[in-house]
Design a protein around this ligand. Sequence first.
Ligand SMILES: [Zn+2]
Length: 75
Amino acid sequence: MQGQQPPDLSNVDLTHAKDIECEECGNRGFRQTMMLKKLSALVSPNGQEAIIPVMAFACDKCGHINKEFEKMDIS
Ligand SMILES: [Zn+2]
């Protein structure tokens, strides 16, 4: 026991990890970006229209955001 240590990922076998590719151009480089969701006053908890920023990843080449990132909730 050496107290708390950050998890060591250098030994993880990535052989079976899946590469995520851009749905549009097949590029495998992504950059972190922000999507904005507009919440209508009807469903907003305080009854006012709200804009909510959501983290997402966009293709570094064409800027496309894969569907699976849109559904992902990582905020
Ligand atoms: Zn792309």
